[in-house]
Each structure stands twice: as C-alpha cells, then as structure tokens.
Design a protein around this ligand. Structure first.
Ligand code: BES
Ligand code: ZN
Length: 629
C-alpha cells in the first residue's frame, strides 16, 4: 500500500512533517556538487590502480595453501591476460599487504615492481608483459592481518573444536588475498586448488560438489566471468544439507539443521525470482552460514551466498536477507556495477527485487511492513547524512568505500524503481527488468550506460508519464524527490495506536494485545518510540515483554538502542554480551556510535570493544574503533 506524499526532507534538514520547497532543493543540490565534478571520468574506477584499459586479465588459476598456524594463505595465482592496447607493455594488478615472492612466465622468472602502498588502495604490482604467451604466474603470501580474511580460533566457532576461515572481498579487499585487477569492471573466470588441514572442508564462490570427499584437497571452477569482489573462500568444519533440488546449506554441524529449517523457502524464492526476472544462470544456489563475527548480514558470492547466523531467528522473520542475496544473482552478479559509484545498480535493484520476492512468497501484508521499515531507514539517513552522500551516483573519489556504507543505494534506489513501477505499471516494469538482465548479462555497467538504456527502453516508451528530468533528480540529486511513493501498512496503524495509548497513559504495557504481532510490528513499535523515555516506562516495557531477553537479534538491537539512549542499566549485561558476540556491523555499529556520545557510555563501549576486538573481523574493528578512542 502506498500513498503519494513526500515526507522526506533533503540534506541536513531535520525530519519535519511537511514537504520541502523546490528552491531549497536546488540550493542544496548545487551546494553539494563537488567542484571537481567536471573532471570525473565517468566509468573510471578510482578504487583500483590496475590497468584493464590496456591489458585485461580474463582468467585466474589459483593454487593455494591455507595455513591456520601462521594465518597465511600462500601459493600461486596464474593470470591469463588479453591485450586491449596492442602497444601495452605491462600488466598492473592490485595488492594489499601481499608478499610477492616471484613472478614467472613460461617457466622463467621475470622482474616486477611493487609500487609504494596507498593508504586504502594498497600497492600496485607492475609486471612487464612476457615476450610470448598470455600468462603470468605470481607466487605470493598474504599477511596475517589481510583486510579481506578473517581467521577464527576454535573458540570463536559454534563447534569450538576446529578453526575457521572466511574471506570478504567486497568492495576492495580481494586484493588482500589475491593479486588481481580488483575492479568490478574486470570479469574473470577462475579455477582453484585449495589445500587445507585434512579434517576441514573448503568451499568457494564456484561450483561446489556437496558430496566431495573431505581430504584437505579441493578443486573449484567458476565458468562464468565474475568481478573480483565475488571471489570468496571459506574453510571450516562444514556440513551440507539439501533444502531443495538446486538449494542447500553449508554450516557447522551444530547449526546446519536449524539453518536448513529457517531457510527452507529458499527454493521457492529461487523459482519465484526466475518467474519474474528470467533464468537463474548459476546452476546451484547454496548458502554458507558463517560464525557470528561475519561483518555483514549477507554477501552474494555467486552460487554460495555467505550468511550471518544472526538471522536464524526460529520463525523465518529475518529471511528477507536470503531473498536479497539471492536477488543479487540477477542484479549484481549477472549485471554488475562497473565502479563503486554505481553501487546503487547492485543494491537498489536488489532491494527492489527483494521486496517483490518477499511479496510473492509471503504475501502483501509482510511486504508492506518490510517496505515501511525500509523507508524509515531511508528517512533516517536522509535526515542525518550530508547531501553529497545522499546521491545515488555518488562521487567516491578519494574515499574508502568502506566508510560510505548507508541505506541510500539500497532504499533510495529501490524507491526509485518502485516509482517507475507505479508509473508504468507492474507488468511493464517486470518486462523491462527481465529484458535488462538479459541485455546486460555478464557485463559490468555504469550508471550512464543504465540511463542510456533506460531512456530508450522505458522513458521514451511512456512520454506522457516519465521524463528524464525526474529520473536525473532521483539519480544525481540528494534527498528524495517530492511525491515519491510512500509505503504504508495497516498492521503498523494498530501498533501506532497501541504505542500512543501507552505513551498517553491510557493503557498499561501489559494491556496491549501483542499476541499476534509479527517481528516487524515489534520493530516498528520500538523504532518509533520517542527519543526519551523514563526509567519507569522502560522497566514497564521490559517487565511486560522481556525485551532484554529477546532472542530475535533485530528486536534486541532496537531495544538496546533505546536502552543506551535512556541509560537503562538492567539491559547493559545483555548489551555487553551482544557487542562481544556479534560482529555484524549493521547491528553493532549504531550501538557503539550511540554509546560513544557520553563519557560513561564510551567506557562501556571500550570495555566491550577491548573484549571483542580479537574476535572481530578487520572491517568491524575499522568501523568501530573510532568510537572507543
Ligand atoms: N553486497 C552486500 C554487502 C556489501 C555491500 C559489502 C557493499 C561491501 C560493500 C550485501 O548484499 C548486502 O547488501 N548485505 C546487507 C543485506 C541487507 C540489506 C538485507 C547486509 O549485510 O546488511
Ligand atoms: Zn546487497
């Protein structure tokens, strides 16, 4: 259910209830334009120092040893290349904290130059092209602190007996464990031989054989060309359980049954998405459940999405995450953003698809609730982020993509597509998307390429309904355009009434009829509480609903945010436990940020962070250490 009114305001303006006027929109937009905009080369990847415009790597053959004692991955990466410019003389690849032992071509050593490292791009490795052949082999080893690898001790796993390793390449971390052209506009096929301790299983973002013998030697093949940020490896005490004909789950033995039950609808989601958007092009779709330190909710590594265990809630309430990672098989893995400026092409399309999949599999009521919650996340970011960070085609020059993570590419991107859907009709929208995925399959595209295609295939087909000025406003201006669609949910009106009655003192908390509330209703109930509540009110809520003890990690998060804002100490034990055991940034970072606002809060944050740090992923450390210093 949607209503046409913009309650979203631009830029740093606070959230008010009215609509902003056109003049301030333009002033804000103008002020947010970086001076250097003219010089930006559209389509250039400012986050890679490699040279694909001269020489392009097309295949990577890996032969790697995983050493848990040393926390080192070492071995060879053989790169097959293609000259783009006939006079090209060297191949440049990205590295970060790699030790390069030697480079060979045709069995002979060749000299190489490892350039000085840039603070977040790493060090460019320059290799003169061999006189003959199209391959160079790089022998290398990773650093124990590689930004894209987390090494877990047995204590940090569910089973407590075996170590665990996983990689996370997006956005620019593949270069910390493979020397490669680490840009999403370079697509490669890959093969890998991975050697691990004998009792562990290796899995990759490639064809995995669920029945492979567990012997410490594993072979993989990824026959479709993929961008480097989708190369992924995990090693651990993993078991496989099938969920459907093409879907299954890998997890530690004590987790695998609960995961397979929680995510049993994955096969239906896959079938639904194919019906809506065309064939699934990746053969199998499996899930890998990681330990709780995984810094994201999920990562769409092709054929094998990596998933946080924090969404195993017991009631399928958080499975939209699976729909999201699955949807990336179309938007992201099949049609890929060419640079990180274009991330919204991956995440906005995927968020739109996620809502559609959820609606198909679980019905309109759930869709409406999830859409409102997503919209509220967007509202919060529009109220708090600087205007330049509210632009879909964001200028990321000179910035580390890890520092710019927000809801904008996700929810604003999805809202844009929803507006198009409402304007041209659902059937036409679905037809457009199906053709779009087909047209650009296995290509990496820029926002501008998208726009050219969109103009021809959509805007010009509906000249009375759509115009490019509106589309450009969505993509190049901050905030959300006036009269954008606004999701609504009946189920949430009930919650608003209950909350208001309680706040006005017309009702005690234990008189609210919450028996049939969904997890989403609980989230909406908590997320929309006033900033300040009294200790009595907090005690009352906790007594009535046992919120401090909630087993749902999202509900616990919302409650802990309230507890920190209002210094509700009875929840601080749980808070500490939560921060120490969960490494998913979306859940812990807002808590650290809130705690860091007061001296006493900072003390609590520091205590938890110091305890947790050894077990956090490098990205979680990087994202939060500023809050405890
Ligand atoms: N691809 C992203 C994760 C990502 C994005 C990593 C940008 C690094 C840079 C993944 O698909 C994702 O969006 N995960 C979300 C899922 C959520 C929106 C359902 C997450 O981890 O919270
Ligand atoms: Zn995503």
């Amino acid at each position: 259910m949607f209503k046409q009114c913009s309650a979203l305001l631009l830029g740093t303006l606070a959230l008010l209830s009215g609509c902003t006027d056109q003049q301030s929109t333009q002033q804000q937009a103008a002020a947010s334009k970086p001076d250097a905009k003219q010089e930006m080369v559209v389509g250039k990847d400012y986050h890679s120092q490699s040279n694909p415009e001269q020489v392009k790597v097309t295949n990577i053959a890996l032969d790697l040893d995983v050493n848990f004692d040393k926390k080192v991955i070492s071995g060879d990466a053989e790169l097959t290349f293609e000259k783009v410019k006939q006079d090209a003389s060297s191949l440049i690849v990205d590295t970060r904290e790699l030790t390069i032992n030697k480079v060979t071509a045709n069995g002979e050593e060749i000299p190489f130059t490892l350039h000085p490292a840039d603070s977040f791009l790493g060090a460019a490795l320059e290799i003169p092209l061999p006189a003959t052949g199209d391959k160079v082999k790089i022998s290398y080893a990773t650093s124990p602190d590689a930004s894209g690898v987390q090494w877990l001790t047995p204590e940090q796993t569910a089973g407590k007996k075996h170590p665990f390793l996983f990689t996370q390449s997006q956005a620019i971390h593949a270069r910390s464990f493979i020397p490669l052209q680490d840009s999403p506009q370079v697509r490669v096929t890959y093969q890998a031989n991975i050697h691990t301790p004998q009792d562990l299983l290796a899995v990759m973002s490639a064809a995995n054989d669920p029945n492979t013998e567990r012997d410490g030697d594993y072979q993989f093949n990824m026959p479709q060309p993929i961008p480097s940020y989708l190369i992924a490896l995990a090693v651990g005490d993993l078991e496989f359980k099938a969920m459907g004909r093409r879907t299954g789950v890998y997890a530690e033995p004590s987790v695998v049954d609960a995961a397979a039950k929680e995510f049993e609808d994955t096969e239906s989601m896959l079938i639904t998405t194919e019906k809506l958007y065309g064939p699934y092009r990746w053969d199998r779709y499996d899930l890998l459940i990681l330990p709780p330190s995984f810094p994201f909710g999920g990562m769409e590594n092709p054929r094998l999405s990596f998933i946080t265990p924090t969404v195993i809630a017991g009631d399928k309430s958080l499975v939209s995450l699976i729909a999201h990672e699955l949807a990336h098989s179309w938007s992201g893995n099949t049609v890929t953003n060419a640079t990180w400026r274009d991330l919204w092409l991956n995440e906005g399309f995927t968020t739109y698809l996620t809502y559609r999949i959820m609606e198909n599999v679980y019905g309109e009521a759930r869709f409406n609730q999830e859409a409102v919650l997503g919209y509220q996340d967007l509202e919060a970011d529009v109220a708090s982020l600087p205007p330049k960070d509210q632009i879909l085609a964001i200028d990321l020059r000179g910035r580390d993509p890890d520092d710019v993570f927000s809801n904008i590419p996700y929810e604003k991107g999805a809202l844009f597509l929803r507006e198009v859907e409402h304007t041209i009709g659902r059937e036409n929208m679905d037809k457009f998307l199906m053709e779009y995925f087909e047209h650009f399959a296995f290509q990496s595209i820029t926002t501008d390429q998208f726009l050219t295609y969109f103009k021809k295939h959509v805007v010009e087909q509906y000249p009375d309904k759509l115009d490019m000025a509106r589309i450009n406003e969505w993509i190049f201006e901050p905030g959300v355009p006036q009269d954008a669609p606004m999701p609504e949910s009946d189920a949430f009106s009930i919650v608003d009434n209950a909350r208001n009655n309680w706040l006005n003192g017309e009702m005690n908390a234990n008189q609210i009829d919450t028996k049939n509330w969904t997890v989403h209703q609980w989230l909406y109930f908590l997320n929309n509480m006033p900033e300040e509540l009294t200790l009595e009110q907090l005690h009352e809520l906790d007594r009535a609903f046992s919120l401090t003890k909630s087993h749902n990690n999202e509900i616990a998060h919302s409650w802990l945010m309230i507890a920190v804002k209002n210094w509700y100490q009875p929840a601080f034990g749980r808070l500490n436990d939560y921060l120490v055991h969960i490494g998913r940034n979306k859940l812990v970072k807002p808590l650290y940020r809130e705690l860091s606002k007061t001296v006493e809060g900072k003390k609590i944050a520091k205590e938890a962070f110091d305890k947790a740090k050894a077990g956090y992923h490098p990205l979680t450390v990087k994202a939060n250490q500023g809050f405890v210093e």
